[in-house]
Design a protein around this ligand. Structure first.
Ligand code: PMP
Length: 288
């Protein structure tokens, strides 16, 4: 495997960054998770745009242009002969001193790792997943804004641990007001009377690229989509529920906090959107 670090490709053993990098010391940096399907990088432009927005929000200047980062992603895919896979694009604050002041950091580092990802067992995609709400609330907008895809994922990791401790694979994170925000690495949708509902981004969700794709696919097929605050009650009484994310793709949910959702199996609209999503990934993307 070849890994891109600051303009050069390294073998796996030599792909190293300093222990003084503030990405390691403080989680100071930003990242993207991107997929390649059928020899094309899916939604590359959108991922690069979100990376630059995240960087801007934390006053981190990426030492490459968006076009250069795009070209580096494609180059790393080619070097690894990847047609289908997962790409992790990371920008760290760079090497600094032991104090947290980012002024001590010289130059941010750009890292691109290409590999495979399977977040959940295939069986769950066929039969659906159980999820649970957890005590850890989603970050406040006034704290680390949840729209920033930063290297500090402890908010989500704590929620994930709590979900696992409760015996399920994924957590529903509520915001400080008690409305549904999202899951630890995915956005959440429900279906109610044929309509698709998902929390607004202001509820504390990441601007999910899969979320946006699913919204567009639903609208194209005549399904009404509403971005609206959801409570746990709305989840429990939904006809269908599913999660969206680059890594997870579309995961049907059949149980939330021990309440069976709909018929207890992936619903018809969920299944249709899964099909439409996979068909769409075959026809779009930046050629490698
Ligand atoms: N929410 C969080 C917290 C995430 O980390 C992610 C990405 N894994 C998502 C939602 C889904 O976003 P996307 O569809 O852009 O991958």
């Amino acid at each position: 495997m070849k890994i891109f670090i600051d303009g050069k490709l390294y073998g796996e053993r030599d792909a190293k960054i300093s222990v003084f990098d503030h990405g390691l010391l403080y989680g100071d940096g930003v990242f993207e998770g991107i997929r390649a399907y059928h020899g094309r990088v899916f939604k590359l432009k959108e991922h690069i745009e979100r990376l630059f927005y995240s960087a801007k929000a934390i006053l981190l200047e990426i030492p490459m242009t968006a076009e250069q980062v795009s070209a580096a992603v494609l180059e790393t895919c080619r070097a690894n002969k990847i047609r289908d896979g997962y790409i992790r694009l990371v920008v760290t604050r760079g090497v600094g001193t032991l104090g947290l002041n980012p002024k001590s950091c010289g130059r941010p580092s750009v890292i691109i790792i290409v590999g495979k990802i399977q977040l959940y067992p295939q069986e769950l995609y066929e039969h659906g997943m159980a999820i649970a709400t957890v005590p850890t609330a989603r970050n406040l907008h006034s704290a680390v804004n949840p729209a920033i895809k930063s290297l500090n994922y402890l908010n989500n990791i704590l929620a994930k641990i709590e979900a696992n401790n409760a015996g399920v694979e994924e957590a529903v994170m509520l915001n400080a007001e008690g409305f549904v925000a999202e899951c630890t690495g995915d956005n959440l949708f429900i279906v109610k009377k044929g309509q698709l509902l998902t929390p607004p981004l202001s509820a504390g969700a990441l601007y999910g690229i899969t979320r946006q794709t699913v919204i567009e696919l639903a609208l194209e097929s005549g399904v009404k989509v509403s971005e609206t605050n959801l409570t746990r009650y709305d989840l429990f009484t939904a006809d269908e529920c599913f999660l969206t994310g680059t890594g997870a793709e579309i995961m049907p949910v059949i149980k939330i906090d021990a309440r069976v959702i709909g018929a207890g199996k992936p619903g018809p609209l969920t299944r249709r959107l899964v099909e439409d999503y996979h068909a769409f990934t075959k026809t779009t993307g930046e050629p490698i």
